[in-house]
Design a protein around this ligand. Structure first.
Ligand code: C5P
Length: 239
């Protein structure tokens, strides 16, 4: 499929139109950003790792009944995805407290959340993606009541499936962020990426951070941690 014009460039990915109006080409960049891009670096090989990890996870989820935008990998850093209208909400699922929730609520790190917590944040870089209530999302028309319910159910289903995937690999799924989009037929599907950029993964025995927190907190060996996630996933075999 021929690569045409870029239609969007984000912090970690670029989107191109293709000759099929329903399909886009998603390119993973080597850029790594944190704190709303106040901290930024480039890491050779990061884009390829996230492309592989996200492709693997999205195929795993599709085969277990979670519709998503992934179509197929094209090369090391690019994949074809279905075109959707992105719902302007970031959906965070938390199993264990860490990160922004500890700062916001003054709670310690490491509390097990039962049931897992689903939170909505408005996708708005200028405002630093503020947390919003479900009622705000509905009243401002960012999603309908029915869509919010559907998104919450899908987010919890993804959480369970990802925990099932990672637990036998010795990885604790701490929290993660999802994005959803609407197809031209109005179906809500999972979009964006699922990778160590968007999830917190802790090694179940050592507690080592195997995700972007290594970059956020200057822990070093960032690429090695992403490689370790891919090594354990790919050792498991094809999805
Ligand atoms: O920073 P916070 O604790 O709210 O992050 C929760 C989860 O959502 C983390 O896994 C983080 O990597 C992810 N996240 C993200 N993109 C954002 C905000 C959070 O992928 N803009």
């Amino acid at each position: 499929m021929e690569k045409l014009e870029p239609i969007y460039e984000g912090k970690a990915k670029k989107l191109f139109e293709t000759d099929d109006p329903d399909i886009l080409l998603l390119e993973y960049k080597n850029t790594l950003t944190a704190f709303n891009a106040l901290k930024k670096t480039t890491m050779e090989g990061k884009g390829a790792l996230n492309n592989k990890i996200s492709s693997y996870i999205l195929q795993y989820l599709a085969s277990r009944g979670v519709p998503n935008h992934f179509v197929k990998m094209v090369d090391e850093v690019r994949q074809l995805v279905r075109k959707v209208e992105i719902i302007p909400l970031e959906v965070v699922v938390r199993n264990i407290t860490t990160g922004s929730i500890c700062k916001r609520l003054g709670v310690p790190e490491g509390i097990n959340l039962n049931p897992p917590l689903v939170e909505f944040y408005l996708k708005n870089d200028e405002l630093g993606d503020p947390i919003v209530t479900e009622d705000q999302a509905i009243s401002f028309g960012w999603a309908s009541e029915e869509e919010i319910q559907k998104i919450k159910n899908m987010a919890l289903q993804v959480n369970q499936l990802l925990k099932d995937l990672f637990k036998p690999l010795g990885i604790t799924l701490v929290d993660f962020k999802l994005e959803f989009g609407k197809t031209k037929d109005g179906e809500i599907i999972l979009a964006d990426e699922i990778s160590p950029d968007t999830c917190r993964f802790w090694d179940s025995s050592s507690g080592d951070r195997l995700d972007k927190d290594r970059f956020r907190k200057d822990l070093g060996n960032v690429l090695e941690a992403y490689q370790e996630i891919w090594r354990r996933l790919s050792a498991k075999g094809e999805e």
